[in-house]
Ligand binder design. Structure first.
Ligand SMILES: Nc1ncnc2c1ncn2[C@@H]1O[C@H](COP(=O)(O)OP(=O)(O)O)[C@@H](O)[C@H]1O
Ligand SMILES: [Mg+2]
Length: 322
């Protein structure tokens, strides 16, 4: 089989913190094919941003391996930038507030030894690709609208023409009216440039729009992953269903969304067995004793000893819950 564009294999990132260690990414494996979109979803603190940083080589792996276009992510961040771009939630994290935005877009090119002339031409080209007049390159970030700033951040991510772009909550900081514009821009760019996206979000409405596949994370682990429509309509992991039900949608409009019982546990405390069991309404003794391994069903995988029945999706409720 051909090597996928992105391969994450048993990746582990551990932060040493006062009072212990946080396994922010705890044995995560997935692949992403060229031209496709995988959404990484889950509550705040589940490890999404850490996963993105690991793919960018910004957080070292304690275990496992990440490959982009067949090459192992290592210390060579300059070379890696030609293969992976990143759009952060806050454009100010991508753009230096003291620089004219054209310089921010140019920087990855200059670092990679593009000539002045080639850099200028490429900056103009990529500004146009994201729907901006190249003359805006002489502005500072604060002189642009929120939507324009995020377009500049996209232009910077695309400057070196990478086949893979990581998007970490790229529309979360934007007004609702601008959100759709940026999402449509990302979709159009994907189509015209053949980009693959790892699209990180806790907002399932945008994920539903943009993703092909979806991976659900909880406390550093993927609990379920599969085709977007299958996962949305027939979640097999109780956490996936709870997450779907807590999201306002046309289907559950006017219904009080389910609130997951309890808080997300202290990430420094290791939980034996299944780490979702402390909040799971279906947990039994086995869940505290044995960590669930993967169950494969077609193109889907989930990690649960007592998965939901097929057909118990967001629309259906079991008698005990009614
Ligand atoms: N630099 C860091 N040092 C220590 N802990 C961190 C650091 N970055 C993130 N964490 C912790 O790692 C976990 C995952 O965080 P993060 O990847 O930011 O989650 P998400 O992006 O899903 O909200 C959280 O418990 C968070 O507090
Ligand atoms: Mg984050």
């Amino acid at each position: 089989m051909a090597e996928p564009l992105l391969r994450v294999e048993n990746a582990r990132v551990v932060y040493d913190v006062p009072g212990g260690a946080i396994r922010a990414v705890d044995g995560v494996s997935f692949t992403l094919e060229a031209g496709r979109t995988l959404a990484l979803v889950g509550e705040s603190g589940c490890g999404k941003t850490t996963m993105a940083k690991a793919i960018l080589g910004l957080e070292p792996l304690a275990d496992g391996e990440i490959r982009v276009a067949g090459k192992r992510v290592s210390g060579d961040l300059k070379g890696l930038a030609k293969r992976v771009g990143i759009v952060w939630q806050d454009p100010y994290a991508s753009l230096d507030s003291r620089w004219r935005v054209g310089r921010s877009v140019a920087e990855p090119l200059l670092v990679n030894s593009y000539s002045r002339a080639d850099t200028e031409a490429r900056v103009r080209e990529v500004m146009e690709q994201v729907g901006l007049d190249p003359s805006l390159g002489s502005r500072f970030p604060h002189q642009l609208s929120g939507g324009q700033r995020q377009r500049v951040a996209v232009a910077r991510a695309l400057a070196l023409n990478p086949p893979l772009v990581l998007c970490d909550e790229p529309t979360a900081a934007l007004d609702l009216s601008i959100r759709a514009q940026i999402l449509n821009l990302l979709k159009d760019l994907q189509e015209s440039l053949g980009l693959a996206y790892l699209y990180i979000s806790h907002d399932l409405t945008t994920v539903r729009f943009i993703a092909d596949r979806i991976a659900v994370m909880y406390l550093g682990k993927i609990v379920e992953m599969g085709d977007k429509e299958e996962v949305f309509s027939r979640p097999r992991h109780p956490y996936t269903r709870a997450l779907l039900r807590s999201t306002p949608s046309l289907e559950n409009l006017g219904r009080v969304p389910d609130i997951l019982p309890g808080e997300i546990p202290d990430p420094r405390v290791r939980i034996t067995g299944c780490n979702f069991r402390t909040r799971c309404q279906f947990a039994q003794a086995k869940c505290a004793e044995v960590e669930p391994g993967p169950t494969h069903e077609g193109g889907r995988v989930f990690f649960c000893h007592f998965p939901l029945e097929e057909g118990s999706g967001t629309e259906a409720r079991t008698a005990s819950e009614a």
